[in-house]
Design a protein around this ligand. Structure first.
Ligand SMILES: [Zn+2]
Length: 416
């Protein structure tokens, strides 16, 4: 099960937008860019929405069948670990093995010593093709990286072997993710993390480091775009080097867990993959559910009313909804409209405040972030919400497809 060069992770909390999402990939293909869709839904989302991984598989298969998609596609067990992976084993063929919680827990001293000794040949000034200047690597640096990451990689090995035992070698695409942590990994960190992954014999196809800057949910990147671009290019160079040097799978590629909508770094990513010919997995458009809300708001009548009600309830449950996402949202409460104000908004005004068009005067990133984490409210509305998705399917689908194609696929892979 080999991931193609380009793939994109897409979220769909309520499993109603499979076809609308896939339609965007078909549009990209018509422009000559083939990107494999990877449906992802994390254990946390399944728990909040009360859904099962098989529903994601059914949704993906159905969309592919109805629209006649001939390309590759995957279903991701998103951010799983040993404790959560089992319910995903049947339905998924892509596994995002998340070991961020194990970063910083030291491995056995003897394992660290063996790793430092095996990597001793890279100490000194290391030249990596594609990186300007030499990397300055000392044995102390290698040891510090091993102390921080070796235990996490060994944990990834345990999870990988657990999945392999259930599904069989080569029957799934494994990713290792370390993005949900507080400190970014540098290209040198990444190099030795990959050395450890190779030593652990994990045929990893994508690696998701934490990049520099803030990746808040559903809003744009906050950070130094130039620094990101350098780091991203250096990471690509490290991966190409590591594939040859450590014998990792030749299609190993970077995975960007974007938290959706990091528009200001898309041009840097596009330039880098064009220049180097590298592959890319980018996880984005977990904002599909916001496009549902935009579609409902625009639909008028009961659709608009549901959108207003979702906001009013989300505002009333601010702490409960924001708590689990505290590290990946920045909401200024004083910039949130009151429920009464929103009750007086037209559907168009609601859509304008929510839609991710930063140049629109009514766009409100605080409103957007609160709704982004507010999907629990819609989940609890049950049939009222999902019946509206069916009733207003065409306007919702139009927003979902446009968002995925115009704001994501086109900007990352096609260009202007
Ligand atoms: Zn992630």
């Amino acid at each position: 099960m080999i991931l193609p060069k380009y793939s994109m992770g897409i979220g769909d909390r309520f499993a109603h937008q499979g076809k609308a999402q896939l339609a965007a990939f078909i549009k990209a293909k018509e422009l000559g860019v083939e990107v494999a869709p990877v449906w992802n839904k994390s254990n946390r989302e399944h728990t909040i929405v009360h859904s099962e991984p098989t529903s994601v598989r059914e949704e993906a298969n159905h969309a592919v069948k109805v629209l006649g998609w001939k390309g590759a596609y995957f279903v991701d067990a998103d951010h799983i670990g040993l404790k959560t992976v089992d319910r995903f084993l049947g339905a998924s063929d892509f596994f995002t093995i998340d070991v961020a919680d194990f970063i910083g827990k030291p491995a056995d001293d003897s394992d660290i010593a063996a790793f430092v000794s095996a990597c001793g040949k890279y100490a000194g000034s290391l030249r990596v093709p594609g990186i300007e200047g030499a990397l300055d690597i000392t044995p102390a640096r290698i040891e510090a990286i091993a102390r921080k990451y070796l235990h996490a990689v060994k944990e990834a090995g345990k999870v990988y072997r657990h999945i392999e035992a259930a599904k069989g070698k080569g029957n799934f695409a494994p990713e290792i993710s370390m993005d949900e942590t507080d400190q970014p990994q540098t290209p040198i960190d990444l190099l030795f993390i990959l050395a450890a992954i190779a030593a652990e014999k994990i045929p990893v196809q994508t690696i998701a480091p934490k990049f520099t800057g803030r990746f808040n949910k559903g809003v744009d990147y906050v950070g130094d775009v130039k620094q990101f671009e350098k780091e991203f290019n250096d990471d690509l160079a490290v991966i190409a080097f590591a594939v040859k040097e450590f014998g990792l799978p030749p299609n190993l590629k970077l995975s960007v867990h974007s938290g959706s909508d990091k528009f200001s770094i898309y041009p840097a990513i596009r330039r880098a993959i064009r220049k180097t010919g590298a592959g890319l997995h980018i996880k984005t458009a977990g904002t599909t559910w916001l496009e549902e809300l935009i579609g409902l708001a625009s639909a008028g009548g009961e659709g608009t009313q549901i959108a207003r009600d979702v906001y009013a309830q989300a505002l009333g449950r601010f702490d409960e909804l924001c708590g689990p996402y505290a590290t990946v949202i920045d909401i200024d409460k004083s910039k949130l409209p009151t429920a009464q104000e929103v009750a007086g908004w037209s559907g168009e005004q609601y859509a304008n405040a929510l839609r991710h068009d930063q140049s629109h005067p009514q766009y409100n990133p605080h409103f957007r972030q609160l709704l982004h984490v507010g999907f629990k409210v819609a989940a609890q509305m049950g049939d009222r919400y999902t019946d509206a998705l069916k009733k207003f399917e065409s306007v919702v689908a139009k927003n979902v497809t446009e968002n995925m194609f115009d704001r994501h696929l086109k900007r990352v892979f096609v260009g202007d």
